[in-house]
Design a protein around this ligand. Structure first.
Ligand code: ATP
Length: 320
């Protein structure tokens, strides 16, 4: 392998730039040529790429988003699209591709691998919803962004003795919601992984909390459940507590990456290049029990991830 391509795909996540920087600099360190592909698989199909230098990744480690930009490509999501992408990659002399993205991007990379084009995937999404890894780049920054918003909302909720209903991102997964429920001290959290009953899981803890002397309340709703505005109305009707809904939205995707995201992105980016250097292909990078490791891409996509039941229970205890 002499020339590698790197792209970011799917939703952007803080720390993707740190990963791109690590891929480029480690690649050049090992004598490889590194091509930066713009706008994910869509850019690959258009041959939208150029050679990266040590300097082209300067001054990006602290920046959110992705300098390579990202896209969702419907054309790539077909056998003809994948074959076309491989032929374009060959035109530009690419021997392997490093994909930084979420599980949709992993499936795209698997299609390339199964058609004979070598790939390595790095987990990059704020949602932390990739089964093969405990952590994805951007998750930590998103958690901190949400926590900052919760602290601000708490100040005003306390002053007015209100209930705040906060809808947080995570697509079909509740990892952001569950973590910020604990770090933010939420009275209730509603996750897509668990069936819920609004009276049992939201109204009851609020009323019981009020009876124990609570004056303000925080309810976290995961994006995969949704309906924060309707839930807020229902809480107000049932309890007479003034309730306000906030849907945080894309603020959660931006911002300067945390130290943890920068360090992990740097380590995973370098790890990806080292795998290729050792001749290992079609692997995904993962964090397992705190250690960076790698799995076969087809095996990784068979894996399942569950929500931590102990954390769900812990939140109920700490909300007393
Ligand atoms: P995030 O979780 O942050 O949204 P993601 O990588 O899951 O990121 P997707 O939009 O699902 O984001 O996927 C990105 C791109 O990967 C798609 O536009 C498409 O080109 C490709 N892709 C997605 N799903 C598949 C699939 N099942 N097979 C092949 N390619 C896919």
């Amino acid at each position: 392998i002499k020339t590698i391509g790197v792209l970011t795909s799917g939703g952007d996540a803080p720390g993707m730039n740190a990963a791109v920087r690590a891929v480029v600099r480690t690649g050049i360190y090992y004598g490889l040529k590194v091509m930066g592909i713009r706008k994910g698989y869509a850019g690959l199909l258009n041959g939208d790429m150029e050679e990266m230098t040590l300097r082209s990744v300067g001054d990006i480690i602290h920046r959110g988003g992705t300098i390579l930009q990202t896209a969702r490509s419907a054309e790539f999501n077909s056998e003809a699209g994948v074959k076309k992408a491989i032929s374009i990659a060959k035109v530009f002399g690419l021997d392997a591709l490093i994909v930084i993205g979420g599980d949709g991007s992993y499936r795209g990379a698997r299609d390339l691998a199964n058609q004979g084009f070598p790939v390595i995937c790095i987990p990059g999404t704020i949602d932390n919803d990739i089964a093969s890894t405990e952590y994805t780049i951007g998750f930590d920054t998103a958690l901190n962004t949400v926590q900052d918003a919760i602290d601000k909302i708490r100040d005003t909720a306390y002053s007015h003795e209100r209930c705040s209903v906060l809808e947080v991102m995570g697509r079909h997964a509740g990892y952001i919601a569950l973590n910020v429920a604990i770090s933010g001290g939420a009275e209730a959290v509603i996750l897509p992984e668990k069936e819920f009953d609004i009276d049992r899981d939201i109204i009851k803890p609020i009323i019981e909390g009020r009876n124990r002397g609570k004056k303000h309340y925080l309810v976290i709703i995961a994006e995969g459940v949704g309906g924060a505005v309707e839930i807020a109305k229902y809480i107000e009707e049932k309890t007479d507590i003034k309730t306000r809904a906030t849907i945080l939205g894309h603020i959660q995707r931006g911002g300067s990456p945390t130290v943890y995201d920068r360090v992990m992105a740097s380590r995973m980016g370098a790890y990806a290049v080292k795998l290729l250097k050792e001749g290992k292909i079609n692997r995904v990078i993962a964090l397992q029990k705190g250690v960076i490791t790698d799995f076969d891409i087809n095996e990784a996509l068979q894996m399942k991830k569950t929500i931590d039941e102990e954390m769900v229970e812990l939140n109920k205890i700490l909300a007393l």
